[in-house]
Design a protein around this ligand. Structure first.
Ligand SMILES: Cc1cc2nc3c(=O)[nH]c(=O)nc-3n(C[C@H](O)[C@H](O)[C@H](O)COP(=O)(O)O)c2cc1C
Length: 439
């Protein structure tokens, strides 16, 4: 199978680790569950990833704990440290792994953020990356003095102006002026640091709409996608190859690493049993109701988690984003009807339904070590993805099995590195040199 006549797969994979912090995917109830905020947990995961030759250690961004119906999500009260601060600390206890900070373009200011990312890149010896996001929730907007937030299209216009400025800022010799005057920003500053060993921070992008994908096609080095399933990943790659060509770039310049969860065991049957056990730990009755409430936009406290899906319709608001990132308001009624039909067809209760379709359900790659290695080799062969950004479901030991059991299988199949390609993240990923320096 060829994905696209104008696209040549690299034939190999890279791994990143996404330390999630607040989420419903990390199991916190087992005796071996550790802290999700303590530096030692981050250090342990980053060092294990480095032992497994992972290209990147990745952190998301949430500038305010997620809220829902006026309450902070139960799972969020564990907290989440600031990404750049944490990555700066990790730079000191690792030597090769890339350090990816998710940072949004809606609330940050370009010269300030570009300067801080250049600092992380400098102090880590060329290992920094920025995952550019626009952030889609109103509660984050309330954090900021100017209040409110931009609509979807404007967020991407800001993002593009922001990233263009950052690239120019990074390409400029220290002490020289960088002027930017546009509809969204008016900036007069001086570049502050020499270029890092990798030229500038690598740019990741996350955001799945057509606008988000076109933005990535024009500006990003790597997409952190939400499409890990094989067929979905192939379709996503095909789409991005077209968009990258339309943007006048070569499709190999834009890599794709989907979010994923790995559930592994010595045998196929054990892996499937483990998945059921894991879903039970990840989603309890309260989480199942809270999950549905995000889509229904109303309290469902009176519904029995062991009963059928709610028979009331969701509340449709004009500001759909207030209900969370997974949600698109206009589709609320349609979605609720489809879910009810699906649950009725399969005879599922609320709890069973949510466990089954758990937000991360589709992200799971499940099987024995050899099965999963064979499957991943197939992704590499056709070029469906360039790697996976893996969220361990157990902190801090969740990567051990991947590094000790899966990585050697992949190396044997010739689809995973046997050593780091260099010292910078750009080298690990095999990305071309960035824009040339302005003098
Ligand atoms: C895989 C993925 C990861 C994301 N991670 C974050 C994040 O850590 N912080 C954040 O504020 N937004 C995050 N976003 C949301 C994006 O910033 C964006 O606002 C949202 O996806 C809406 O844009 P879209 O319609 O283009 O998808 C993520 C989106 C995707 C698809």
């Amino acid at each position: 199978m060829s994905i696209h006549p104008d696209f040549t797969p690299s034939g190999s994979l890279q791994f990143g680790v996404f330390f999630q912090g607040v989420n419903s995917g990390t199991v916190w109830k087992l005796p071996q569950s550790g802290s999700q905020t303590d530096f030692q947990s981050f250090r342990r995961v980053a060092q294990t990833a480095e032992r497994g030759l992972f290209a990147a250690f990745f952190l998301g961004e949430g500038l305010r704990l997620r809220e829902h119906l006026g309450r902070v999500h139960e799972l969020d009260v564990a907290g989440r440290p600031d990404a750049q601060t944490m990555l700066a600390a990790l730079a000191g206890v690792t030597s090769r792994i890339g350090l990816v900070a998710t940072q949004n373009t809606t609330y940050n200011d370009p010269a300030d953020l570009a300067g801080r990312l250049a600092s992380l890149d400098a102090l880590s010896g060329g290992r920094a990356a920025w995952n550019v996001v626009t952030t889609d929730n109103a509660w984050t907007g309330e954090n900021f003095r100017r209040g409110g937030y931009l609509d979807h299209a404007d967020r991407y216009r800001h993002a593009e102006a922001f990233v263009r400025f950052a690239k120019e800022f990074w390409a400029t010799e220290p002490g020289r002026r960088v002027l930017h005057s546009g509809q969204h920003y008016s900036i007069d500053t001086t570049a502050r640091l020499p270029r890092s060993p990798q030229g500038r921070p690598v740019l990741f992008q996350a955001g799945d709409s057509p606008e988000g994908r076109d933005f990535a096609a024009r500006q990003a080095d790597v997409i952190f996608s939400a499409h890990p399933g094989f067929d979905d990943a192939v379709a996503f790659r095909r789409d991005l190859v077209e968009r990258t060509l339309a943007a006048g770039r070569s499709p190999e310049e834009l890599q794709i690493m989907p979010a994923s969860e790995f559930v592994l065991a010595p045998t196929s049957a054990e892996a499937r049993e483990k998945l059921v056990w894991l879903r039970e730990l990840q989603i309890g009755p309260q989480q199942a109701l809270a999950y549905l409430e995000q889509f229904w936009g109303r309290s469902l406290a009176e519904y029995d988690p062991d009963g059928p899906l709610p028979d009331v319709d969701p509340v449709v608001e004009t500001t759909s984003e207030t209900r969370g990132s997974a949600f698109h308001g206009a589709k609320a009624l349609e979605l609720a009807a489809a879910w009810r039909a699906e649950a009725t067809d399969q005879g599922l209760t609320i709890l069973e339904f949510v466990r089954q379709r758990n937000a991360r359900g589709a992200r799971s790659i499940v099987g024995s070590y050899t099965e999963v290695a064979d499957l991943l080799a197939e992704y590499a062969r056709v070029g469906a993805v360039d790697g996976f950004n893996i969220s361990p479901w157990l902190i801090p030991s969740g990567l051990d099995e991947i590094v000790d059991r899966l990585v050697p299988e992949l190396q044997e199949r010739g689809v995973y590195p046997t050593e780091y390609a260099g010292t910078t993240l750009r080298e690990h990923l095999g990305l071309p040199a960035p824009e040339r320096s302005r003098v």
